[in-house]
Design a protein around this ligand. Structure first.
Ligand code: FE2
Length: 258
């Protein structure tokens, strides 16, 4: 059989050489670009609106393709316009006509009954995603500056130690989860995580505090771009962290009244 394969391959090669008839073998085949009608549009974040209710989507502060390759355009479009929209609409439905209807999202998370799964999941989903969008920005990354830089050194020993701690917390998650950098009641920075859409502001949080940076580890946040390589997504997240915004979140968390 091997002899036959070799003979067939040899004949095929000879046939190709003959058909080339002196033309260069490196000839480039031109593929026509898609026409305007064939291009797929993923739309615009500002076109996405929640139903009438207490909460509206937090504006996505960049375009769907702005965070590539860390977050692919289709991932961000689906995440913002489908998942986040659904949490927001469900939150509005869950609080309509209740004591929570006119409360801030922080107050809702702090006061809700952790056994109220519907409210917990959707209020948490709204808050967590709103923070996640603001935790990132194009052309950012690098290291923290401003007051946050010295506080990270104070509470973790160094920025490198913080990165190690954050990545370790993210890597050990098994199912749908979030990793946060939080400010606890004493003003100390800590890394913590939650399952599903739980949040450190909730009564049932193992480590309570105000989140100032969030990483979404649900599969919908990365699977289109990374498949099973979640670790690559975690590493790449550090290329798009908006440390200027995280510093603002830190300053606001210190002013928070418990
Ligand atoms: Fe998500």
């Amino acid at each position: 059989m091997k002899r036959f394969n070799f003979s067939l391959s040899s004949l095929l090669l000879i046939a190709i050489l003959i058909s080339c008839n002196g033309k260069k073998m490196t000839e480039v085949v031109e593929v026509p670009l898609p026409t305007a009608q064939e291009k797929v549009s993923i739309g615009y974040p500002d076109d996405v609106k929640a139903n009438t209710g207490s909460f509206q989507l937090d504006k996505l502060p960049y375009a769907y393709d702005a965070l590539a390759p860390t977050v692919s355009p289709l991932t961000l479009q689906m995440h913002y316009s489908k998942h986040y929209l659904t949490y927001t609409n469900n939150l509005n439905n869950a609080i309509a006509g209740t004591e929570y209807e006119n409360q801030s999202i922080d107050d809702i998370l702090s006061h809700l009954d952790p056994n109220d799964t519907d409210l917990k999941n959707n209020a948490g989903g709204y808050y967590n995603h709103s923070l996640y969008w603001k935790s990132m920005a194009p052309n950012t990354g690098g290291v923290p500056t401003d007051s946050l830089a010295s506080v990270i050194t104070r509470d973790f020993g160094s920025y490198k130690n913080f990165v190690t701690s954050f990545k370790a917390e993210a890597t050990k998650q098994f199912a749908s989860a979030w990793v946060f950098l939080i400010v606890d009641k004493a003003g100390t920075l800590k890394v913590t995580s939650s399952q599903n859409q739980d949040n450190p502001l909730m009564k049932n949080a193992p480590i309570q505090g105000t989140p100032i940076l969030a990483l979404d580890l649900w599969e919908h946040a990365y699977y289109l771009g990374y498949q099973y390589r979640r670790r690559n997504y975690i590493d790449s997240f550090f290329n798009v962290i908006n440390w200027k915004k995280v510093n603002e979140n830190y300053e606001a968390a210190l002013r928070r009244k418990y």
